[in-house]
Design a protein around this ligand. Structure first.
Ligand SMILES: *[C@@H]1O[C@H](CO)[C@@H](O)[C@H](O)[C@H]1NC(C)=O
Ligand SMILES: *[C@@H]1O[C@H](CO)[C@@H](O)[C@H](O)[C@H]1NC(C)=O
Ligand SMILES: *[C@@H]1O[C@H](CO)[C@@H](O)[C@H](O)[C@H]1NC(C)=O
Ligand SMILES: *[C@@H]1O[C@H](CO)[C@@H](O)[C@H](O)[C@H]1NC(C)=O
Ligand SMILES: *[C@@H]1O[C@H](CO)[C@@H](O)[C@H](O)[C@H]1NC(C)=O
Ligand SMILES: *[C@@H]1O[C@H](CO)[C@@H](O)[C@H](O)[C@H]1NC(C)=O
Ligand SMILES: *[C@@H]1O[C@H](CO)[C@@H](O)[C@H](O)[C@H]1NC(C)=O
Ligand SMILES: *[C@@H]1O[C@H](CO)[C@@H](O)[C@H](O)[C@H]1NC(C)=O
Length: 548
């Protein structure tokens, strides 16, 4: 590795964020019963939600959860693709520590025998349960969702999941296709149900069973939508008439975008309805009427997801568990809906790395419900007189998904594992992320605003690998052996800064002296990240000021 300023800069920033942290756990009261945890993980959901200020989206149940929660406005995933992101936040380690940048290895044998969040709760007396897509299936969780280590009982997968990619979408020709856009009549599909409905039902059954358990529970529920294909009950389309759907504000591939930063969104191209468009590879574009339909179906999938969250939380209320259960709501990463001419995750842009993140803590983020009071009554998104729910408390600081692990542990009053040494492959239990627990000490923060820290010091790191300098068939999801370049990205409150550097996948070494391309976007003047200032004098000045 070169001694260049780069490494020092990187290290310096990491250390700065270590020093800026204030870590002690929640004041736990050993005489009170431990809190349960309900962790809701959504697949490919960017913060297109009412509670994040989106005026078009109908997400009343998630907004209601937000109104009782502490919501993080600037939360970022560490890598914008499912398996690496999930393994990262579930183990509390960065992708450079799990060494999972693709889908093809199990960290316990490939990197280190790292503990997971559910494993830690299990080892602390919790009954841990997994429903739906929590770990990514396949090798990356040893074909078992990391059983038996993470879970007390075998993970549940909805039986109708197997139809997600089969021909179940009725096209205009009356035939069934494997389409991207797949609004369905639920009575008509195989088994007459959809995976997320089944997961909600199973999660509610498990909650009912906890009534008779002497142990606290940790229940993770992983929803599939709005991940592609957009297979959802067709009535949700009505919430988003096509004439009300706008295009992305910046649908062009930006002129100053280095080709290595662009990803050609190959997966949607394989769907039958998209294939029929005969799109040009790698840049498209997609015809605008079809762009509107994709956005419509993504939004409809969110409203469908919202109803599932609504049913789940309302059941939690009915079981009188809302006064004893922490609820965390999170997505693995975002998704570009035409921004920069892209239709996927697989990048370092904010649209794919920024995620919704909120925590409800009974008695802390909201007053304890009185006996019989409902905090989470189900709200019908089709209700014509739907009122916007006021958001609850919000944090603007930049935070990382890595923080999920120490934060949940701290909020539950368990001992927060120590910071990881560097390197930490041999350490089973430690954390690379900051605990966010200090943000929940509202009275302390009011009494002493300096405890808030300086948002200018908070930094979120993300990274994305590429097989080549120009977009090619495997640029979205290169296998480890094909990775030649790693894009390391820093997001501060002022800018996003990315360097694409040479990477050796055998030694796992990044060479910061071998920079293939760079990106720099200023948040205030260019929130959508369309004007790359890396070569600009303003950019050069900033970079020089960062050098130690
Ligand atoms: C713990 O809870 C008990 C019973 O609610 C209360 O009397 C006591 O003051 C609490 N202690 C702390 C340290 O919060
Ligand atoms: C990995 O961790 C698990 C859970 O603590 C433990 O059961 C197992 O023995 C460990 N494996 C190795 C190889 O250390
Ligand atoms: C992965 O699963 C296989 C098959 O169940 C099992 O033999 C192996 O021990 C598991 N790996 C680890 C590290 O636990
Ligand atoms: C569509 O837009 C029109 C005009 O702004 C508005 O009146 C209508 O309520 C919108 N429909 C929906 C379902 O949002
Ligand atoms: C920045 O400068 C480098 C070296 O001169 C050049 O290769 C690259 O294309 C430039 N990038 C942009 C975005 O202008
Ligand atoms: C698809 O596009 C290519 C080039 O744009 C064109 O040559 C070809 O005829 C098109 N095929 C169909 C089926 O439209
Ligand atoms: C939660 O509320 C129920 C019903 O009011 C009550 O029986 C239970 O003791 C409460 N649990 C806690 C931890 O306050
Ligand atoms: C890193 O890149 C520089 C510039 O290309 C090169 O001179 C150096 O040998 C590289 N270092 C390693 C360890 O490959």
């Amino acid at each position: 590795m070169p001694p260049a300023g780069w490494c020092l800069l990187w290290l310096g920033l990491v250390l700065a964020s270590v020093c800026a942290s204030l870590e002690s756990a929640a004041p736990s009261n050993s005489t009170t019963a431990p809190l349960n945890v309900l962790l809701i993980i959504v697949d490919d959901l960017r913060p297109s939600l009412g509670c994040y200020g989106d005026k078009l989206i109908r997400s009343p149940n998630i907004d209601q959860l937000a109104s009782h929660s502490l919501l993080f406005q600037n939360a970022f995933a560490q890598q914008a693709v499912c398996a690496p992101s999930r393994v990262s936040f579930l183990t509390g380690r960065r992708p450079d520590t799990t060494r999972l940048y693709d889908f093809n290895s199990y960290w316990r044998v490939h990197a280190g025998n790292f503990s997971t969040i559910p494993q830690y709760f299990k080892e602390n007396g919790y009954v841990t349960m997994s429903v739906g897509k929590v770990f990514h299936p396949g090798i990356s969780s040893n074909y078992s969702d990391d059983s038996p280590y993470s879970w007390s009982i075998p993970p549940y997968h909805p039986s109708s999941e197997k139809y997600e990619n089969t021909k179940t979408c009725r096209g205009p020709d009356g035939e069934l296709h494997a389409n991207l856009l797949c609004p369905v009549d639920v009575a008509d599909v195989p088994e007459g149900t959809l995976p997320d409905k089944q997961s909600t039902e199973q999660a509610i059954r498990l909650l009912e069973k906890t009534k008779t358990s002497a142990h606290p529970f940790f229940l993770a529920v992983g929803y599939h939508k709005p991940h592609i294909p957009f297979r959802y009950p067709k009535e949700f389309q009505k919430l988003y008439p096509l004439e009300n759907i706008t295009l992305a504000p910046d649908p062009q591939v930006p002129a100053g975008l280095p080709p290595v930063a662009y990803n050609p969104w190959m997966d949607i191209r394989q769907r039958e309805d998209v294939q029929a468009l005969n799109l040009s590879v790698p840049y498209g574009p997609i015809p605008v009427d079809f762009q509107r339909k994709i956005r419509q179906s993504y939004f409809a999938s969110i409203s469908y997801l919202d109803t599932q969250v609504g049913h789940l939380l309302s059941a939690l209320d009915d079981l009188q568990l809302a006064n004893s259960t922490i609820i965390a709501f999170v997505s693995d990463h975002g998704w570009a809906l035409g921004e920069h001419g892209e239709w996927a995750k697989y990048s370092n842009f904010d649209v794919t790395t920024r995620v919704p993140l909120m925590f409800y803590v009974p008695g802390r983020t909201a007053p304890l419900p009185e006996a019989g009071e409902k905090l989470f009554p189900y709200i019908d998104p089709f209700d014509s007189v739907l009122e916007r729910m006021e958001p609850g408390r919000q944090v603007m600081d930049l935070v990382e998904l890595l923080s999920l692990s120490p934060t949940l542990v701290g909020l539950a009053g368990l001992h927060v594992p120590p910071r990881c040494p560097v390197p930490s492959f041999h350490v089973e239990l430690c954390r690379e992320g900051q605990s966010l627990v200090k943000h929940f000490r509202f009275q302390d923060l009011e009494d002493d605003p300096s405890l808030r820290g300086n948002p200018r010091e908070s930094i979120a790191y993300s990274q994305y690998p590429r097989p080549a300098d120009s977009p090619q068939w495997n640029s979205d999801k290169p296998s480890l052996k094909d990775i030649k370049i790693m894009g390391y990205s820093i997001r501060t409150i002022d800018y996003r800064y990315t360097v694409w550097v040479d990477f050796n996948p055998h030694e796992f070494l990044a060479n910061f002296s071998d920079v293939h391309a760079g990106e720099l976007y200023f948040v205030d003047s260019d929130p959508l990240q369309d004007h790359n200032m890396y070569n600009d004098s303003q950019g050069r000045d900033l970079l020089r000021s960062l050098m130690p």
